[in-house]
Write a protein that binds this ligand. Structure first.
Ligand code: HXC
Length: 508
């Protein structure tokens, strides 16, 4: 008996050593943690239960039969984050560069299948040289098995990817199909083809970091959601983030106790809107003063910052927040901000997270760059996402709600449940001056000024929309949190279903 236990201990110890001390040291020298160290930080202490620690690859080509390492380059299993179940896989760069073999892929598939069976989220820690080159098509098949599961799990259980090392070639498409991608600065990169191929094909000279580093993907491309300074910060942030998410699409949002009074008044909000319509203000202030304890987890803060998205809580329950940001491009809707917000709205709707929308939008951005880039299709994504969403939707117009953007931003017409406006709201087809210059083309400057004043008096307020029932109530800014909390309570048992269909055809 004791010999059997000794054998088990020997095998466990071997599997824990991955590719050996030398490679572990090399990983540390790069400022990166090992696959197991990462899991230890991500999960509650002692909660990790490993699966498949003794799985080995079945490749015999290129001398691989003599090189077998138990676990085959990925640590898989389940554990808890603040007591809630999660399935994880963590690629081990010390074993064949974390490359994906058929056996490695099957381990990932097993945790995904288990997660789907019980309705728990999946977090993938990616650090891999891509397809196991010695295995060829077996490895490609393995990737596709993972991709297929990503798609079936989409909208059923939340899927989060952390990129903590290389992620290149077709390997990027698994994270791309998950709900959120987080990266580590100066340590992780994602690209379809690396700098050498880029140079050969396009003659561009670019570094790995410029091409696919965390900063490029969280500012320029918007492929990744947030960038963190190092492995530890990234893993601890994912723990915080996880607390906002439901376990699956049926459980509803998690609840956590809060000391913050639901009816807290915020008198400072009564003076948030500056006297001049062209002056910006920071929409973050309204968000932080509305949510519990000022806690707001912003997603994609550095990409398309003219729209803000992220999670907060009201009365301890998660809400998704979408808000125009007057500080950046006057809060205009453009291609990037429309796509960013549309995907977020769809995530919230898929997982029964109520959506809170703060509106201060001067319209869609004009210009050839936007038109040639397809703003019509991209803007339609946000419109489509809001219109199909059946979760509770509460909208507060703080200032401008002009033109098509008024309709798009969770208006009453798109089944907004509660549509509030502050007294400073201006709901119109367009800004007063532009409107008058069109209706009264040819008038002199004085008459234009006079007509502009007339147009402003008529439309630069919330009462025309309120008189038609498009705005349910004009509220005091200081009472915003209270009105939202009351609204969400009322809407907790909201029942609304879209007509049966196989799936919709959102303008991609
Ligand atoms: C097998 C691999 C490997 C791979 C790395 N290794 N990548 N083994 N298959 N894809 C091994 C190395 O042989 C080495 O083994 C160890 O991992 C560490 O690699 P190094 O090169 O020493 O590390 P580093 O200098 O940090 O460079 C990391 C790297 C580089 C940039 C990832 O290894 C690299 O370019 N690898 C190949 C990347 C690639 O072309 N992959 C295929 C992409 S196509 P030892 O024994 O020395 O420790 C693809 C298609 C997917 O993935 C399609 C899905 C649809």
């Amino acid at each position: 008996m004791s010999a059997n236990i000794a054998e088990l201990e020997k095998r466990r110890a071997a599997s824990k050593m991955g590719g050996g001390q030398k490679r572990i040291d090399a990983q540390h020298a790069k400022g990166r943690l090992t696959a197991r160290e990462r899991i230890d930080i991500l999960l509650d202490e002692g909660s990790f239960e490993e699966l498949d620690a003794y799985v080995e690859h079945n490749c015999t080509d290129f001398g691989m039969a003599e090189q077998k390492i138990p676990g085959d380059g990925v640590v898989t299993g389940s554990g808890t984050i603040n007591g809630r179940l999660v399935y994880v896989y963590s690629q081990d760069f010390t074993v064949f560069g974390g490359s994906l073999s058929e056996a490695h892929a099957m381990k990932i598939c097993k945790v995904m299948d288990n997660a789907m069976k019980v309705g728990a989220p999946v977090i993938g820690l990616n650090d891999s040289g891509g397809a196991r080159i010695q295995e060829g098509v077996a490895s490609l098949g393995g990737y596709a098995e993972v991709f297929q599961r990503n798609v079936l799990a989409s909208g059923v259980v939340p899927q989060i990817s952390l990129i903590m090392g290389p992620c290149a070639g077709g390997a990027v498409y698994s994270p791309a199909m998950t709900d959120f991608i987080f990266m580590v600065k100066d340590s992780s990169y994602m690209f379809v083809t690396g700098p050498d191929v880029v140079k050969t094909v396009t003659n561009e000279v670019v570094t790995q970091e410029e091409l696919g580093g965390a900063v490029s993907h969280t500012t320029k491309s918007g492929v990744a959601d947030n960038a963190f300074e190092n492995d530890i910060e990234a893993l601890l942030s994912v723990r915080d983030f996880f607390d906002y998410l439901p376990e699956n699409n049926r459980t509803g949002v998690p609840e956590r106790p809060t000391e913050d009074p639901w009816d807290r008044m915020e008198p400072s909000l009564d003076t948030l809107i500056p006297p001049s319509a062209n002056q910006p203000y920071d929409m973050h202030e309204l968000i932080r003063k509305t949510v519990d304890e000022g806690d707001f987890f912003e997603v994609q803060p550095t990409h398309a910052a003219n729209i803000i998205i992220g999670f907060g809580r009201i009365e301890g329950r998660t809400v998704g927040i979408v808000a125009n940001q007057p500080m950046v491009l006057a809060g205009v809707l453009d291609i990037n901000s429309s796509r960013k917000a549309a995907r977020f709205v769809r995530f919230c709707d898929a997982f029964e997270i109520p959506i809170l929308t703060f509106v201060d939008v001067p319209g869609f951005l004009p210009g050839t760059a936007q038109e040639y880039g397809g703003i019509i299709k991209h803007g339609a994504k946000l419109l489509f996402a809001y219109a199909e969403a059946t979760v509770p939707k509460i909208t507060v117009i703080t200032r401008k709600a002009y033109g098509g953007a008024y309709d798009v931003m969770a208006s009453k017409h798109l089944r907004g449940d509660l549509n509030y406006a502050w007294p400073t709201a201006e709901i119109a087809v367009m800004g007063a001056k532009g409107a008058v210059e069109i209706i009264f083309r040819g008038l002199g400057p004085e008459e234009i000024a006079e007509k502009t004043k007339e147009y402003e008096d008529r439309f630069a307020n919330p009462f025309v929309a309120a008189s038609k029932g498009f705005i349910d109530e004009v509220i005091y800014p200081h009472s915003t949190r209270k009105r939202i909390a009351l609204g969400l309570r009322k809407l907790r048992n909201k029942g609304l279903e879209n007509p049966w269909k196989k799936h919709d055809n959102i303008p991609l």
